[in-house]
Design a binder for this molecule. Structure first.
Ligand SMILES: Cc1cc2nc3c(=O)[nH]c(=O)nc-3n(C[C@H](O)[C@H](O)[C@H](O)COP(=O)(O)OP(=O)(O)OC[C@H]3O[C@@H](n4cnc5c(N)ncnc54)[C@H](O)[C@@H]3O)c2cc1C
Length: 265
């Protein structure tokens, strides 16, 4: 089987700072890491290979320094890393990113399972995984926290919901996005570290993928960012205490007072 894991290099902080003039992330002076959720996707791909055999390809779209993220994946047991890197990809929104990743997966050919993290810690949209499945017209299971069964033809996976969980029997090939409850990512072995050092990270450009120029980078991005800002911290709320009837009464009074105050302002 051929497993593909999509990994994104992100700033090593959740305290992302924005340049208010350009509306872009300030990356200078911030170290980069593999997106934390993608570590669980890498680990699961290695476990799948250990169980069912096959090969694992890690793919990332980003600047040349994202090679480091792919080497980390190789150190954990991934067979090879491919970096999609081209000036034509700059300014991609989630639609253009998932189109580009899907074009690379299509180029790979016989892919069985594509694994993505639930979301990236910087962009945070959780759209890229489902976007790839849409571009490739593949079934998907998102928020996977347990794999119950798996073979060449299907996967039975449990996905998290806000108020519980559900079990999906999904045909292969398919795409999964994974959450941190799925596994415990391993530390790279010495052998893995050596393999990562020696690994040749292949670079693919837009021309290598046969991308349509109107579908990549800024030109291929329907999202328009009007303004990015950090919302002001919320003032602390009020907690009403007492018996339920008493609390309900106090709440009604507060709402009534607020409505009256608003009407007179
Ligand atoms: C108009 C616009 C312009 C932008 N320009 C840029 C830009 O120039 N440079 C830039 O870095 N960002 C840019 N962004 C941000 C960019 O859209 C997102 O960072 C990117 O598309 C991924 O979305 P996300 O971070 O929300 O990932 P999510 O959808 O939250 O990620 C989910 C999963 O998808 C996979 N994944 C996501 N991104 C990648 C990737 N790049 N490679 C491999 N796997 C991935 C991972 O498995 C990840 O766990 C731009 C956004 C907009 C709206």
């Amino acid at each position: 089987m051929h497993f593909v894991v999509c990994i994104k290099q992100v700033p090593e902080t959740s305290d992302v700072r924005i340049n208010p003039e350009t509306n872009t992330l300030i990356r200078e002076g911030v170290a980069s890491i593999v997106n934390p959720f993608d570590m669980y996707a890498i680990e699961e791909s290695v476990r799948m290979k250990e169980k069912l055999g096959g090969t694992i390809t890690a793919i990332s779209m980003g600047p040349p320094q994202a090679d480091a993220a792919l080497r980390e994946a190789v150190a954990m047991g991934v067979d090879r890393g491919i970096l999609l890197t081209d000036r034509a990809f700059a300014g991609s929104d989630t639609w253009a990113t998932s189109y580009t990743l899907a074009m690379a997966i299509r180029k790979l050919g016989d892919v069985s399972v594509i694994l993505c993290g639930k979301q990236a810690s910087d962009g945070d949209t959780a759209q890229v995984g489902p976007g790839i499945a849409t571009h490739l017209d593949l079934p998907q299971v998102t928020y996977v926290r347990r794999i119950d069964e798996m073979d060449e033809s299907h996967i039975v996976a449990e996905r998290m919901l806000e108020d519980g969980s559900e079990v999906i029997d999904c045909p292969v090939p398919c795409l999964l996005t994974v959450v941190k409850e799925l596994n415990e990512p391993r530390l790279p072995s010495l052998r893995g570290k050596m393999a990562a050092k020696k690994a040749e990270i292949v670079h693919w450009t837009a021309a290598d993928l046969g991308c349509e120029p109107s579908k990549t980078g800024l030109d291929g991005s329907p999202t328009k960012v009007v303004k990015i800002f950090t919302p002001p911290a919320r003032a602390g709320g009020q907690i009403l205490t007492g018996e339920p009837e008493e609390v309900a009464k106090k709440l009604v009074e507060k709402i009534r007072d607020a409505v009256i105050a608003a009407a007179h302002s």
